[in-house]
Design a protein around this ligand. Structure first.
Ligand code: ATR
Length: 280
């Protein structure tokens, strides 16, 4: 268990980091549990990443989250990276171990899966086919985590098909590549539709997809949380599907990180959701 007596510091390494909601989450939990500490933003340009990471243990940091553009670049600076993060090809959480060595994890995909189960406890990754839209870093985290949790068929479709192919090769034979033009035909029997493209986020065009063939029992998840309801989530909600936005991912990926840094597994309470809502 992490040392709870000394002032514990963790934070976010990224470039830029200003718009992150992670400080709200972790500082809320620190206050809730009476743990002396602070979660801070560390704007670190790429050329200073190595110096920043090398200094973490010496400065007494408990660990950090990692965001763009460092999620891949940090690999060679860590002492060990867990299997799932390796398969994803990105690290989103670093833990400074008692001996000062650094371990990398990626909780993004598992956080997304947990948020889906929170919304629909009957859903599991293996209850039916899954269609994932997009093949960037976020998609890769979700697809690798769904496969690790037993998904039997994950269809991945992307405007640039080679990137979907790369995910299939990295993750395994349960991943089937679907042409972007066939995305609606691939909806007919799915138990989960997940948007991991940036389409529908603030300032971007909406995702173009008709949900006519989507089963009413299917869950619809979007990794985006600004805005809180993307056009595709609104369309899914109106036709009766259970929908989940990307806030659940953000909150759920933070829980195991907080536990590793501060020694308490925190909960996602209405008060925390309110604190986040107040930032919009
Ligand atoms: P992230 O790290 O959040 O996944 P990313 O790696 O930039 O971000 O990925 C963005 C995703 O949105 C990609 O799947 C991208 O498709 P391409 O790989 O073809 O670029 C998808 N995307 C972005 N703009 C799009 C558009 N106008 N039409 C279709 N897909 C789009």
């Amino acid at each position: 268990m992490a040392d709870q007596k000394s002032f514990g510091i963790a934070g976010l390494l990224g470039w830029p980091v200003a718009h992150s909601r992670s400080p709200v989450i972790h500082n809320h939990w620190l206050a809730e549990h009476g743990i002396p500490g602070r979660y801070m933003l560390f704007p670190v340009p790429p050329e200073k990443l190595e110096a920043a990471v090398r200094g973490m243990a010496a400065l007494g940091l408990r660990g950090c989250n990692v965001t763009t553009p460092h999620k891949q670049a940090i690999f060679p600076l860590l002492d060990r990276v867990d299997d799932l993060a390796r398969r994803i090809g990105a690290v989103n959480t670093v833990v400074v171990e008692k001996d000062g060595t650094l371990t990398g994890f990626n909780n993004d995909g598992n956080g997304f899966i947990q948020s889906l189960r929170d919304a629909d406890p009957k859903w599991r990754p293996d209850v039916g086919p899954i269609l994932v839209l997009g093949a960037g870093g976020a998609s890769r985290a979700v697809v690798a985590s769904l496969a690790a949790q037993g998904a039997k068929e994950i269809r991945v479709t992307n405007r640039t098909q080679e990137k979907a192919q790369e995910i299939a090769e990295a993750v395994g034979p349960m991943v089937k590549v679907v042409a972007w033009s066939d995305r609606e035909a691939a909806l007919g029997d799915v138990a989960l539709l997940a948007n991991a493209t940036s389409l529908g986020s603030a300032g971007k065009p909406p995702l173009e997809i008709s949900l006519d063939r989507l089963p009413k029992a299917a869950l619809v998840g979007d990794l985006i949380y600004v805005p809180p309801e993307t056009p595709v989530l609104a369309a899914a909600r109106i036709r009766g599907n259970v929908t989940v936005n990307g806030l659940g991912l953000l909150l759920n990926q933070a829980r195991p990180a907080f536990n590793a840094w501060f020694g308490v597994m925190p909960e996602i309470t209405p008060a925390l959701r309110q604190a986040i809502a107040a930032t919009f």
